[in-house]
Design a protein around this ligand. Structure first.
Ligand SMILES: Nc1ncnc2c1ncn2[C@@H]1O[C@H](COP(=O)(O)OP(=O)(O)OP(=O)(O)O)[C@@H](O)[C@H]1O
Ligand SMILES: [Mg+2]
Length: 242
């Protein structure tokens, strides 16, 4: 019998402190391949810190993390991980296309031209490809960041609040795209404060003070909290975990 494929993401007892701040306090989370998992939690609860450990940018003090069955840095070096940061990390003086060329080169993307054209079409910015990034609106910059994270067709996509400042039409387009990526096997971990977005995930993890305090589908969390909707469930479950 073939071995079960390892989960795309497996985190066990992950801890990380910054000075006196305990950003991650024994975080456990599994994400299956092709699954979309949302990470919800208050400001400062550790979402970015956890995502950065998966992107190989922070080494946990204890616990273990595997991405596609190997260390995060290995998975990143193999081009398997895409990371869209919370604040767009782009070069303002460079055009949209120049930024994407830069990220393509950084990620060793071959035949970058067609990939860049695809990514620009996905985020509907083909007509702004020669604009310097610092002349774009905030939402457009987020869209360029997403395009940059998609260029090398990563198997695991880490999205830190990807639709902040993005208009409803584009947000729906983003989610249609996330769904089709997941259907093709891409695993997506997405942090968000937007409940509409959270309800589109296959599963949610509620994070508080650096640990997952509740997880399950949106419907399951609403039921468990005895709440009317996801936002109330989130407030009830976060309060109950204090
Ligand atoms: N590089 C760093 N140096 C010092 N402290 C940090 C650093 N990165 C994160 N922290 C701290 O760790 C805690 C968790 O921060 P993190 O950015 O992971 O939260 P978050 O859940 O993404 O919050 P938000 O919803 O506001 O984006 C916070 O107290 C933050 O100040
Ligand atoms: Mg954050």
């Amino acid at each position: 019998m073939p071995a079960m494929p390892s989960p795309a993401i497996q985190a066990r007892g992950v801890t990380k402190t910054f000075g006196r701040v305990r950003a991650l306090a024994g975080l456990d989370l599994d994400v299956a391949r092709g699954e979309i998992v949302g990470l919800l939690g208050p400001n400062g609860s550790g979402k970015m810190t956890f995502i950065r450990t998966l992107a190989g940018l922070i080494r946990p003090e204890s616990g273990s993390i595997e991405v596609l069955g190997r260390s995060p840095s290995r998975a990143v070096a193999d081009g398997q991980v895409g990371y869209m940061t919370q604040a767009a990390a782009l070069y303002g003086e460079l055009t949209v296309e120049e930024n994407l060329r830069f990220f393509a080169a950084l990620n060793g993307v071959r035949a970058a031209g067609p990939r860049i054209a695809d990514a620009l079409a996905t985020v509907d910015l083909a007509d702004r490809r020669t604009s310097p990034v610092n002349t774009l609106s905030g939402g457009m910059r987020s869209r360029v960041s997403l395009a940059a994270a998609l260029l090398h067709a990563p198997s695991v996509l880490l999205l830190d609040e990807p639709t902040v400042g993005v208009d409803p039409v584009q947000r729906r387009e983003f989610w249609n795209h996330f769904r089709s990526l997941a259907a093709a096997g891409t695993t997506i971990l997405v942090s968000s404060h937007v409940m509409d977005e959270a309800s589109r995930c296959d599963r949610l993890g509620l994070i508080r003070d650096g640990a997952i305090v509740a997880e399950g589908s949106a419907a399951r969390l609403v039921e468990r909290a005895g709440a009317a909707d996801l936002e109330s469930a989130f407030l009830i479950l976060a309060e109950a975990s204090r």
